[in-house]
Design a protein around this ligand. Sequence first.
Ligand SMILES: NC(=O)c1ccc[n+]([C@@H]2O[C@H](COP(=O)([O-])OP(=O)(O)OC[C@H]3O[C@@H](n4cnc5c(N)ncnc54)[C@H](O)[C@@H]3O)[C@@H](O)[C@H]2O)c1
Length: 304
Amino acid sequence: MDYRGKTAFITGGASGAGLGQAKVFGDAGCNVVIADIRHEAIGAALEELKARGIRAHGIQLDISDRAAFAAAADEAERVFGPLHLLFNTAGVSIFGPLEQASYDDYDWIFGVNWWGVVNSMQSWVPRMLAHGEGGHIVNTASLGCFFANSGAGIYSASKFAVHGISMAMRDALKDKGIGVSVLCPANIRTNIAESIRTRPAHLSNSGYKVDEREIAALHEIYAQGMDPEELAGHVKEAIAENRFYIIPYPEARPMLEAAFQQVLDALPPVDSDLEGQAKRGAAMGRYIEARRRMDAERYGESSR
Ligand SMILES: NC(=O)c1ccc[n+]([C@@H]2O[C@H](COP(=O)([O-])OP(=O)(O)OC[C@H]3O[C@@H](n4cnc5c(N)ncnc54)[C@H](O)[C@@H]3O)[C@@H](O)[C@H]2O)c1
């Protein structure tokens, strides 16, 4: 993609991975819109971007707010015109024993990590399809979208969901000139240890006791993470190759091998229950064919 004059919209663009994307894609020639919940951070980020010669615009936005998201998309289009690159990067985390979690913990994490991505795609995908110039969507999940444990349970569940919807949206848009990738970082040098500070008052009834000690311990981990601009460089390469998975962390291999091996180990031998396999396969084949015909009738040929 020739990025010159194209527009990128980046949630969480005032910090960390999102700001790295703003710098890298801005340097490549994009107009950049950074949408973030923190007003002051947007101001500081815009100064940095403009000092690099990047055309940038900031919008204060809580991505869990549907109406506000649609209004932000209107504003971005008014400022820079049609959108080509959508980076759903903003995310928050909270860690602790899963059985201690409150509904507010679930609502906050899913509101940002899951509904934020959905609100963004609901706001932008119809507009990207309408302009017909093509583009790319990058949703940030995490390595935690492949496995979960008690301590990161809600966070991982939200990222499993982002992984799933990204895979489905890639399929939906595959013949429409819009690529979709999922970014699964392991550790990035960012401010995510502080994300508790963006938690809204109306969802403050937490089952967890996050304190300064924990924030300091998390900072120590993330301080060793990948530089956000380096990560954004990997994203740029993946877009050029229209790759779905972006996981530029070699240390993830043993964990992923173990996770997928566990799934494969749960399967009976491939040559067992041949009669059942044939019956189920034929039924699915008939359904897919019928569905294709019904969808073509109801939604038009382009729906396949
Ligand atoms: N840092 C890591 O090691 C790591 C690892 C795996 C995945 N990730 C993912 O990377 C993404 C980016 O996080 P980061 O590490 O750069 O953290 P960060 O805290 O530096 O940046 C996230 C930005 O999102 C913004 N934000 C938070 N809630 C928001 C909301 N409701 N609406 C709009 N903006 C909001 C924050 O203000 C912040 O500027 C997240 O989705 C995170 O889950 C990070």
